[in-house]
Write a protein of this length. Structure first.
Length: 306
């Protein structure tokens, strides 16, 4: 029997994970056990200070691997992983984030190490290794764009793509490189129907050498699967939807990227359409969401080509 790996979504026979995928995520070829019910995970989430997405519905729980690497344990602080269980309001969000993050890798967007795990009730949860933690447990400095813009978290939707560019010009160690990465991420966010990329979902990280760069992309979901006709959280050249090639080239000009570079990024996004639909088909989304997602990226790919 052929199925899809719960990390990479590539074909696998008679198992749930490739050993190499497990080693990449957990450092062991064994699947860690999480013997806790989803209701108790939600209780743990409410007790933790952290960010939420989709208007606070998607809870995030800090977890750690036990010393024997066989169990994931809820961690009040210092967790190396973030776990996101199912929600009662929006169906299949872990499966949604899993396939959307996998799609981001097709266009060379840097992401953390991630996958799906099964809870005690057999429901899926999304798990991602934190990128702001060093192996010895020390935390790197991470600042989201709300902080950089000196805005309150409640004003996370009060911004624009152009503001994000200006913040990178001001704070990034190598602004042009990071602006290029931002451009690619914004194109992907629109293409994948993500209306949750507000100012708190973009961050910079200061590494051990003091270099300030964009973090790997996080909280990548197709919000249109659960919120019909959802638009971009922040406008690009004043638009939150119907961003055709002309609009993206206008934004690229603001970014000072050059038309050739911008066209290469747009063409790359278009070129992965076939592989993307294959991943969606192999994903763990419900059938109706697979159909909706495929139709969405077909429409967005056609728009980018115009």
């Amino acid at each position: 029997m052929t199925r899809a790996c719960r990390i990479c979504l590539q074909d696998i026979k008679d198992d749930d994970y490739h050993p190499r995928c497990l080693r990449s995520l957990f450092g062991s070829a064994k699947v860690p056990h999480l013997d806790i019910e989803i209701s108790k995970l939600h209780t743990a989430a409410l007790a933790m200070v952290g960010h939420t997405s989709l208007s606070g519905i998607q809870k995030k729980i800090s977890v750690n691997l036990a010393a024997d690497r066989e169990t994931l344990q809820v961690a009040a602080e210092g967790g190396r992983y973030i776990l996101k269980p199912q929600t009662g309001t929006y169906p299949a969000l872990p499966e949604n984030e899993h396939v959307t993050t996998r799609l981001a890798q097709l266009v060379e967007i840097e992401v953390g190490r991630f996958g799906l795990v099964s809870l005690k009730d057999s429901s899926f949860a999304y798990v991602v290794r934190r990128f702001d933690r060093l192996p010895d447990g020390r935390k790197l400095r991470q600042e989201d764009f709300c902080q950089l813009a000196e805005k309150s978290p409640k004003d996370k939707y009060d911004g624009s793509a152009e503001l994000c560019v200006r913040l990178l010009r001001k704070y990034a160690s190598e602004p042009l490189i990071e602006i290029l990465k931002l451009f690619r991420l914004l194109v992907f966010a629109w293409w994948s129907g993500n209306g949750d990329m507000h100012l708190k979902n973009f961050s910079v990280l200061t590494d051990e050498q003091g270099l300030i760069r964009l973090t790997p992309a996080y909280d990548l979901v197709c919000t249109q699967l659960v919120i019909p006709n959802d638009h971009l959280a922040i406008p690009v050249v004043g638009k939150e939807d119907n961003l055709n090639r002309k609009a993206w080239l206008e934004f690229a000009d603001y970014c000072q990227l050059g038309e050739r570079v911008a066209n290469r990024i747009l063409d790359k996004q278009i070129s992965v359409h076939g592989e993307a639909t294959g991943l969606i088909d192999r994903s763990f989304l419900p059938g109706d969401q697979k159909k909706h997602y495929t139709q969405l990226i077909e429409e967005r790919t056609a728009t980018l080509a115009r």
